[in-house]
Design a protein around this ligand. Structure first.
Ligand code: F3S
Length: 754
């Protein structure tokens, strides 16, 4: 399991020289983000200054992490690339495929049975190719990465949007699609558009009921789900230094909810404390030697408006606890305003469930602060009005909080302790009665609250808040409960006021664990066999996608014009579909079933232009594929926001969709489409979206001249014979056009040309 101190020392050994050179080239002081980026260039020593938001740059990440749902496809692709061992330290974490139902023991046993085939596949591939394997029950990927692998100044990628969590330990950690991970695991560079930089200056100090979560809930409210797109968010100031390392992780984690490339904090004492507590004094010793390179130059934080593209200032002393939602994490409501907001919007006041966990908030500190609220309720004889569940972030945390009596405190209140895994956060929640689709409210400490995310019920109003607020609200059973001002009635009818939460940043007796749940890979994996049954409905070896035939795409049908929010959940739904993540053909039956058809306002109902009848999106697309007719998808703003799920790009590719034309893309999804050999295009004129009609046939007029910076011309032929010429922009560079031409990025790797 051991973290790779040699690799870390190697990164630090070249850091000073590279950063000093970059400072000279850029000609001004550097932010922390720039220092990490310039010290991880694929070319090594910087030779030029890059323009933020414009230049595509090749980087050399230090690590890769994959979770079990995305790892299946990533590893299937990696096998297809023909390498014998991963080129950089890589880990696989089994956390997404475990359903929360009865409690940890029974749920884990069930998952081990139900997903045995997948876990065995991941375990054997990991063993063969030199990958560290974290078994089911070991914990949530991002918590384990923070506890074991993250280090200040590092650059890592992960096949999960919340990889960004590791920014809490001063890394740049970025969520990518499986295809990007495959590149890096195969020893290739990783490309990223040099991000813009948003500075967040934190003054004052958190106090009372306010937690690190409230910082990011406030930032999400300010920036919205699109506000961080293409940018790194760098936090600094006295307020940043006063927060715990895991609290910083919480803030960075939810940077994914504002679309940010990643978020980070400069190296400080909270990180030293956390590294020591998690057994990494060696990393502290190494980091201390280059400490000035692990934070921005002093001038940057002294005059931040000169060095960041955007600056936000938050006074932590004045920050109120926030409750964000429902249905979107950027709808922020300070606790004092919730009563009025809930009434005005008709949100159900009664809270049915409080859930604490997810990679966002499942640290020792989170659990201990929430437990301090629970303890008060028990001591005062208050029966909680809502049901309560927790998912510890890792076995190390679970074992330690059990030892310290925290689990017992939760259990006194009837709390269900679920597996150390994602559980309800990813829709892996067998919630009793959810199928009745009743309007109801839940509060949780997770990061996402899109419709249906937790329990599949579109009428569940999910609100995101801090663990301590989840505890208070679940005990009160009311969404409008404000623990700062309100009292609760105990079982004797007496009014009780809860004291603000208290808790330990780190366990005073240290972390402890019996079995981490880690499997180290074989030293020589050449004889390890990886078995995939040809009759499996969960795993399927991949066949390469066809190369471009060099001709214009003509006679394409419009599959769907999606209206409004179209996240990767809408394109490739999670929940029950997670089980098909390793089987491209089977999972393609969920393609775009959550997207709203702009012509009839319905989900999963589009016109089959061959028959004129309405049918489910995957069925219509399969009909086009069978008839060898290409198709295109049209979408709205921020298409593909949400996650790094490359299935959202592979499914349309597999089923024969040729292009996705939208008003704007979420970054990861746009890259994923390119990697799979699709055309990811944006309207040159957004208003042209309105010209697209339901029976349109589309001809590309100049795809044969596909070139960087040159818009493509599309002809939309309407049912009445009239035509509209629509210009489509794209962001393909030469290399990415090579992916399109070869049929996919992987085809180029396998051919040894990339
Ligand atoms: Fe898992 Fe939810 Fe995080 S799905 S990785 S706990 S966002």
């Amino acid at each position: 399991m051991a973290f790779d101190i040699e690799m870390i020392e190697k990164v630090y050994a070249t850091m000073a020289e590279r950063v000093d050179k970059a400072r000279e080239l850029v000609g001004r002081p550097l932010t922390l983000s720039e220092k990490i980026l310039y010290s991880h260039l694929w070319e090594g020593m910087p030779t030029q200054a890059f323009t933020r938001g414009k230049d595509y740059v090749d980087f050399a990440p230090d690590r890769v992490a994959c979770q079990d749902a995305t790892a299946q496809m990533a590893l299937l692709q990696f096998m297809h690339a023909g390498k014998s061992k991963v080129a950089v330290p890589t880990t696989v974490h089994c956390d997404h495929l475990i359903q929360a139902k009865s409690g940890a023991e029974a749920d884990l046993a069930f998952a081990n049975k139900q997903s045995k085939e997948v876990f065995d596949f991941l375990s054997s591939v990991s063993n063969k190719y030199g990958i560290g394997f974290w078994k089911p029950g070991s914990g949530i990927i991002h918590q384990i990465v923070l506890e074991n692998y993250a280090f200040p100044g590092g650059l890592m990628i992960g096949t999960d949007s919340h990889t960004v969590n590791a920014g809490g330990l001063g890394m740049l950690a970025i969520g990518v699609g499986g295809a990007d991970a495959v590149d890096v695991m195969s020893g290739m560079s990783w490309e990223l558009k040099f991000p813009k930089l948003i500075g967040v200056k934190l003054t004052g100090k958190l106090n009372g009921w306010t937690a690190p979560k409230d910082v990011i809930l406030k930032v999400a409210d300010i920036l919205t789900v699109k506000g961080g797109t293409g940018a790194i968010v760098e936090y600094f100031g006295e307020g940043a230094e006063s927060m715990s390392c895991t609290g910083k992780g919480t803030i960075c984690n939810m940077g994914a909810e504002i679309g940010a490339t990643t978020s980070t904090f400069g190296y400080d004492d909270s990180m030293r404390r956390y590294l020591v507590a998690t057994g990494r004094q060696d990393v502290v010793n190494a980091a201390d030697k280059v400490a000035s390179y692990l934070t921005a130059d002093a001038e940057v934080y002294a005059n931040p408006d000169k060095y960041f593209d955007q600056l936000i200032e938050i006074n932590l002393s004045e920050l109120e606890p926030h409750i964000n939602g429902p249905f979107t994490p950027d709808r922020g409501t300070p606790v004092s305003k919730m009563k009025a907001e809930a009434e005005a919007n008709g949100w159900p006041i009664k809270v049915e469930w409080g859930l604490i966990g997810s990679c966002t908030n499942s640290s020792y500190e989170d659990m201990s602060r929430a437990a301090s609220i629970v303890r008060q309720a028990v001591a005062h004889g208050i029966t909680p009005k809502a049901e309560f569940g927790i998912n510890p972030g890792s076995e190390q945390i679970r074992y330690t909080i059990e030892r310290d009596g925290i689990i017992a405190d939760f259990e006194k209140m009837g709390t269900k302790v679920f597996t150390n895994a994602c559980g309800p956060c990813i829709g892996q929640w067998d919630r009793e009665g959810a199928d009745k689709q009743e309007k109801n409210t839940i509060v949780h400490s997770f990061n996402r609250n899109f419709s249906k995310r937790a329990d599949g019920n579109p009428n569940t109003h999910a609100f995101v808040t801090s663990p301590e607020m989840v505890a208070a609200i679940a005990i009160a059973g009311r969404l409008d409960f404000n623990p700062i001002t309100d009292t609760l009635l105990n079982d004797n009818g007496e009014a009780v006021k809860l004291n603000p939460p208290i808790g330990d940043e780190l366990p005073t007796k240290g972390f402890d664990v019996k079995d981490l749940g880690f499997q180290a890979p074989a030293a020589d994996g050449s004889s390890v066999e990886v078995v995939v049954s040809p009759t499996s409905d969960r795993l399927q070896l991949l066949a390469p996608f066809d190369a471009w035939d060099g001709k214009n795409i003509t006679g394409a049908k419009l599959l769907i014009k999606a209206f409004g929010k179209c996240t990767t959940d809408h394109i490739s739904m999670a929940g029950p579909w997670l089980r098909f993540r390793g089987h491209l053909d089977n999972i393609s039956n969920n393609m775009l079933i959550g997207a709203e058809n702009a012509f009839n306002g319905k989900a999963n109902s589009v016109k089959n232009q061959l028959t004129g009848a309405y049918d489910e999106v995957p069925k219509v697309q399969r009909a086009y594929k069978a008839a060898r007719i290409p198709s295109i998808v049209v979408g709205d703003h921020n298409y593909g926001e949400g996650s790094s799920r490359e299935h959202a790009a592979m499914e349309p590719r597999h089923l024969g969709v040729k292009a996705v034309l939208v008003k704007s893309f979420a970054r990861i999804h746009e890259t994923n489409l390119k990697k799979q050999g699709m055309l990811a295009l944006t309207f040159a004129n957004e208003a042209d979206y309105d010209k697209i009609q339901e029976d349109d046939t589309i001809n590309f007029l100049d795809l044969t001249d596909f070139a960087p910076g040159k818009p493509l011309t599309l002809e939309f032929v309407h049912a009445d014979g009239s035509k509209d010429i629509i210009m489509a922009n794209h962001t393909y560079n030469e290399g990415q056009i090579g992916w399109f031409v070869a049929g996919s990025a992987l085809n180029l790797i396998a051919a040894g040309k990339a």
